[in-house]
Design a protein around this ligand. Structure first.
Ligand code: CO8
Length: 261
C-alpha cells in the first residue's frame, strides 16, 4: 500500500482479514487535512479491491480520533475557491465502501472527526471519547454530514443543541442517545473493535453487503421505498449459495461455512 504521511495502515485479525487505518497527525490531534483524506481514500480503494480484507476499522492515534478538519488549512480559503472547487467533495469515500467500516473513536471526535465517525457503519468509543460539532465557534457550520447524519442519529433537538452551541458530549452520553453503540475502557477499545470486525467478517461477504446497503438506505429513503428495497435485497440473498448453506447448516445443527458466493 506504500507509505503515508498522515495515516498508519495495518492488517490484523485472523488471516489478516481486518484492515485498520489509524489517523496519525500527532502535531494537530489528527486534524483532517486534504492530504490525509487523499491517503485514506487510496487505502480504502485498496481494501475494497482486496478480497482478503473483510472489514475495515478507522481509529486515531493518541488522545484524539480527529479534532476536525484542519482549520489552519481552511483559514485562508474564500467562497469562490471552495464553491468552484467543490471543497470536501472527495471526503465521503468511506460512505461508498461496500465492506463494513467500524469507527473506533479513541478521543476527540470534533467537527469533521465526528462526521467521519458518522460516515462509518458502527461507532465504538473509548470512555474518554468526546463528540461535538464546534464549527459554529469558527463562524461556519458542519460541512460533511453534521447537520444531517447527526440529526438522523440522535434526533432534531439534541442535534440542534450540539450544532448551535458547539458543546461536546461524553462517550457515555453519546452511547445513551444512540450515536455510539458501545463504550469500552481505553485499552480495550481497539481489541474489542477488532473482535467485532472479525465476527462480522465471518459472515457471507455479499450478504453483508446487502444488509449494509439496506440499513444505510433507511437513512435516505421513505419507509415505503426502504421496505421495498429491503424486500428485493432479501429476495436477492436467495440467489447466493451462502443463503442455502446457512439454512442447511442450521437444520443440520452445525456451523455454516460461508464461501462468499
Ligand atoms: N485543525 C488544525 N489544527 C488543530 C486542530 C484542527 N481542527 N485541532 C487541533 N489542532 C492543533 C492545535 O492548533 C495545536 O497545534 P499547535 O500546538 O501548533 O498550536 C495542536 O493541534 C494541539 O491542540 P491543542 O493545544 O488545542 O490541544 P488541547 O488538548 O488543548 O485541545 C481541542 C484539544 C479541544 C480538540 C482543541 O484542539 C480544539 O478545539 N480543536 C479544534 C476543534 C474544532 O473546532 N474542530 C472543527 C473544525 S471545522 C470542521 O471540522 C469542518 C468540517 C468539514 C468537513 C469534514 C469532512 C470529514
Amino acid at each position: 500500500a506504500g507509505t503515508f504521511n498522515n495515516i498508519l495502515v495495518e492488517r490484523t485479525g485472523s488471516n489478516n482479514q481486518v484492515g485498520v487505518i489509524t489517523l496519525h497527525r500527532p502535531k494537530a490531534l489528527n486534524a483532517l487535512c486534504d492530504d490525509l483524506m487523499t491517503e485514506m481514500n487510496t487505502v480504502l480503494d485498496d481494501f475494497e479491491a482486496n478480497s482478503d480484507v473483510r472489514t475495515i476499522v478507522i481509529t486515531g492515534h493518541g488522545k484524539s480520533f480527529a479534532a476536525g478538519a484542519d482549520i489552519k488549512e481552511m483559514a485562508d480559503r474564500d467562497f469562490i475557491g471552495v464553491y468552484s472547487g467543490n471543497f470536501l467533495s472527495h471526503w465521503d469515500r468511506v460512505t461508498r465502501c461496500t465492506k463494513p467500516v467500524i469507527a473506533a473513536v479513541n478521543g476527540f471526535a470534533f467537527g469533521g472527526g465526528c462526521e467521519l465517525a458518522m460516515m462509518c457503519d458502527i461507532i465504538y468509543a473509548s470512555s474518554s471519547a468526546k463528540f461535538g460539532q464546534p464549527e459554529i465557534k469558527l463562524g461556519t457550520i458542519p460541512g460533511a454530514g453534521g447537520t444531517q447524519r447527526l440529526t438522523r442519529a440522535i434526533g432534531k433537538s439534541k442535534a440542534m443543541e450540539l450544532v448551535l452551541t458547539g458543546d461536546h458530549i461524553s462517550a457515555s452520553e453519546a452511547e445513551r442517545i444512540g450515536l455510539v453503540s458501545k463504550v469500552f475502557e481505553g485499552d480495550q477499545l481497539l481489541p474489542e473493535t477488532i473482535k467485532l470486525a472479525e465476527r462480522i467478517g465471518a459472515f457471507s461477504q455479499p450478504v453483508l453487503q446487502m444488509a449494509k446497503e439496506a440499513v444505510n438506505k433507511s437513512q435516505e429513503l421513505s419507509l415505503a421505498e426502504g421496505l421495498h428495497l429491503e424486500k428485493r435485497l432479501f429476495h436477492s440473498s436467495f440467489a447466493t449459495a451462502d443463503r442455502r448453506e446457512g439454512m442447511k447448516a442450521f437444520a443440520e445443527r452445525r456451523a455454516a461455512e460461508f464461501k462468499d458466493e
